[in-house]
Design a binder for this molecule. Structure first.
Ligand SMILES: Cc1cc2nc3c(=O)[nH]c(=O)nc-3n(C[C@H](O)[C@H](O)[C@H](O)COP(=O)(O)OP(=O)(O)OC[C@H]3O[C@@H](n4cnc5c(N)ncnc54)[C@H](O)[C@@H]3O)c2cc1C
Length: 218
């Protein structure tokens, strides 16, 4: 199943790198957890980083009830959300052909408030599980007051494109004879060793989902 191309999601630069395949797009969204949310207030643009989670064909973002971003988006204004995964630095033989290997997604649409209590909780659980699988079951769930103080928005995944670059550098043919090193420096998100809170009682063990934390990689 592919996302339908629209005037806004048709790639014009290097269209061979365009991806509209739903599964591939969802794979990128599920590996990342930070998006950048672009919107305009009084014709002035803002791009704000925030966490997200996906459930089926909806992207959820959440935050404080008083957040300007969330209050603005809840009014149903046009929004553009991007997610970027950087897989490597591509070193070519010429300065011009240096590049990056990446997988990125651009989503256009309008978000709406998730008001129903159970749907709100489901989105928050999805967010927690998306970022740290296994964490939700260990922690105190949100109180009614905490739930009320949290705004959750859903953005339907309808108008979506992805762009993917992978592989070695693409140099000009005459440059392949050059003596300079060329290739790819792979990059990935790597978790360090968990650092226990100084206020943690000694007997509490570090849970496996912190010790073995990793994001899926291609
Ligand atoms: C990795 C990451 C994950 C985050 N996850 C969440 C999340 O899940 N939920 C959530 O509500 N917020 C999250 N934030 C914080 C988010 O970026 C906003 O700061 C927050 O949502 C408040 O939004 P606001 O529109 O009310 O900001 P306002 O306080 O109204 O913003 C006013 C101005 O402050 C500056 N500003 C605001 N945020 C930032 C920022 N992050 N960096 C630099 N300048 C900034 C900008 O100039 C902005 O125009 C995250 C931030 C990062 C970097």
């Amino acid at each position: 199943m592919e996302f339908p191309l629209t005037e806004r999601t048709t790639l014009r630069r290097l269209p061979k790198r365009a991806v509209y395949d739903r599964e591939l797009v969802y794979g990128i969204l599920d590996e990342g957890f930070i998006c950048h949310v672009g919107f305009a207030v009084d014709s002035r643009p803002f791009v704000i980083p925030t966490g997200y989670a996906r459930i089926d064909d909806q992207l959820y973002i959440h935050g404080s009830q008083v957040s300007r971003t969330l209050r603005t988006l809840a009014q149903g204004v046009d929004v553009c959300v991007t997610v970027t995964l950087v897989d490597g630095l591509v070193l070519a033989r010429s300065a011009f052909h240096h590049s990056m290997n990446y997988r990125s997604v651009v989503i256009f649409g309008r978000a709406s408030l998730v008001e129903q209590r159970e749907a709100k909780l489901a989105a928050l659980l999805a967010f927690s599980e998306h970022v740290i699988p296994g964490r939700w079951d260990d922690v105190r769930p949100p109180t009614e007051q905490e739930l009320k103080a949290t705004t959750v928005l859903a953005l339907p995944l309808i108008e979506v494109s992805a762009k993917v670059r992978n592989g070695p550098p693409l140099d000009d043919e005459e440059d392949y004879a050059s003596n300079v090193w060329a290739g790819v420096i792979p990059l990935k998100v790597l978790a360090g060793e968990p650092i226990s809170d100084p206020r943690l009682p000694q007997q509490i063990e570090t849970p496996p989902y912190t010790l073995n934390y990793k994001r899926e990689t291609i």
